[in-house]
Design a protein around this ligand. Structure first.
Ligand code: FMN
Length: 163
C-alpha cells in the first residue's frame, strides 16, 4: 500500500494581477483548469489560494504522484521562491473530493494573519503549524464554483472565468 502525504508550499506569483474585476484572476483560472485535469488523472487533490501576489497550495495523495506533480510545479515560470512549508504523511485526505479546490477567502485570510500578528499575507514566512492551520481553515471555506463543481467546470465556473 502506498503512502498518503500532504505537501503544503507557498510561492511568489510572477505575473501582475489583472485589474480588479469580478471572479477569478485569469492566470489563476488557467492554472486551475490544468490542475484539475492533471490531478484527476493522477488521483491527487488539494486546495489553492492566491492573494497579495502569493500562492499557497496543499497537494494530497500518493507520495510518488504528489512528488511528481510538485516537481513540475516548481519548474513553472508563473511563480518563484517555491517553498515547502509542511510535508507529512496523513491518515486521510482533507480534500478527498477535490482535484483542486479554489478558495477566494480574502476576508478569512485577513482575519487569520491579523490574529497571528502579521501585517500582511506573507506565506513564505509561515511556520509549519501556521501552514497547517490555514489549510484547515480552507477546508471550511466554500469553493468559487460551489459545492457541486468539485472536479470539473460547470456553467457557473465558465461564466466566472470568461463571462
Ligand atoms: C501555483 C501553481 C499551482 C499549480 N498546481 C498544479 C497542480 O495542482 N497540478 C498540476 O498538474 N499542475 C499544476 N500547476 C501547473 C504545472 O506547473 C504545470 O504547468 C502543469 O502541470 C503542466 O501540465 P501539462 O503538461 O498538462 O500542460 C500549477 C502551477 C502553478 C504556478
Amino acid at each position: 500500500m502506498s503512502e498518503l502525504i500532504r505537501l503544503v508550499y507557498a510561492s511568489r506569483a510572477a505575473f501582475e494581477p489583472a485589474p480588479v474585476q469580478q471572479g477569478v484572476e485569469p492566470s489563476v483560472g488557467r492554472i486551475l483548469m490544468q490542475s484539475r485535469k492533471n490531478n484527476t488523472e493522477a488521483n491527487i487533490g488539494g486546495v489553492l489560494y492566491f492573494g497579495d501576489g502569493y500562492f499557497f497550495q496543499a497537494l494530497e495523495g500518493d507520495r510518488v504522484a504528489v512528488n511528481r506533480t510538485y516537481q513540475r510545479i516548481t519548474a513553472d515560470s508563473r511563480h518563484s521562491e517555491v517553498t515547502i512549508l509542511s510535508l507529512k504523511t496523513v491518515p486521510k485526505r482533507l480534500f478527498a473530493d477535490w482535484s483542486m479546490k479554489y478558495v477566494p477567502a480574502e476576508e478569512a485570510v485577513r482575519q487569520f494573519i491579523r490574529a497571528r500578528g502579521y501585517q500582511r499575507f506573507e506565506p513564505l514566512k509561515f511556520q509549519e503549524e501556521e501552514a497547517e492551520a490555514l489549510v484547515a481553515l480552507f477546508q471550511q471555506q466554500g469553493d468559487v464554483g460551489g459545492q457541486v463543481q468539485k472536479t470539473g467546470f460547470g456553467p457557473l465556473w465558465l461564466r466566472r472565468l470568461f463571462g
